[in-house]
Design a protein around this ligand. Structure first.
Ligand code: HEC
Length: 137
C-alpha cells in the first residue's frame, strides 16, 4: 500500500466516522430542558384539555392565536413573534412544553416576551393548558 493511498483511506474512514456521529444525533435541535423539568409527563387524563381551553383562551390566545398558529393580535409584532404552537407540539415533548409555559422566555437562549406562568397558574392548570395545546393540529 503506498503512502498516498493509505492517506486517502485514513481520510475516508475519518469522514465516515464524522458522518455517522452527526447522523446519529437527530436530536441536535432538541432544546435544553432543565433537570427539574426533564422527563415530566402529564399526570392528568386527556379530559384536562377541556379545562385547559378555558385557561388558554384567557392567558395565551392573545399572543398565540385561538388555534395556536402564532397569529394572536398581540403576538405577531413581538420579536421574536409568538410561536406557532401547532409546530411546537408536533416537535417537542410534554416536559419541554410544561417547562416553557412555567418559565416563559425571558431567559437565554429565548430572550422573548413569553411570560412565565409558574406563579400565575397551578401545576395542574399548566398541565391542562399543555393538554389543550397538544390538541392543536
Ligand atoms: C405576551 C405574549 C405571549 C403570551 C400571553 C403567551 N406567550 Fe407563549 N410565547 C410567546 C413568544 C413571543 C414565544 C416565542 C419565543 C419563545 O420561545 O420564548 C412563545 C413561546 C411559547 C412556547 C415555546 C414554543 C417553542 O416552539 O419553543 C410555548 C410552549 C408557549 N409559548 C406556550 C404558551 C402558553 C400555553 C401560554 C398561555 C398560558 C402562552 N404561551 C402565553 C408569547 C406569548
Amino acid at each position: 500500500m503506498n503512502k498516498s493511498f493509505s492517506m486517502v483511506l485514513v481520510i475516508l474512514v475519518f469522514s465516515a466516522l464524522l458522518l455517522s456521529a452527526c447522523g446519529g444525533s437527530s436530536t441536535a435541535d432538541t432544546p435544553n430542558i432543565p433537570a427539574e423539568y426533564a422527563g415530566k409527563t402529564n399526570p392528568l387524563g386527556s379530559d384536562a384539555a377541556t379545562a385547559g381551553k378555558a385557561i388558554y383562551d384567557v392567558q395565551c390566545a392573545s399572543c398565540h392565536g385561538e388555534s395556536g398558529q402564532g397569529d394572536g393580535p398581540a403576538g405577531q409584532a413581538l420579536t421574536p413573534p409568538a410561536a406557532n404552537l401547532v409546530e411546537s407540539t408536533a416537535k417537542y415533548g410534554d416536559d419541554y412544553l410544561y417547562y416553557r409555559v412555567a418559565e416563559g422566555g425571558t431567559m437565554d437562549p429565548y430572550n422573548s416576551s413569553m411570560p412565565p406562568f409558574k406563579n400565575v397558574l397551578s401545576e395542574d392548570e399548566i398541565w391542562q393548558v399543555v393538554a389543550h395545546i397538544s390538541t392543536f393540529k
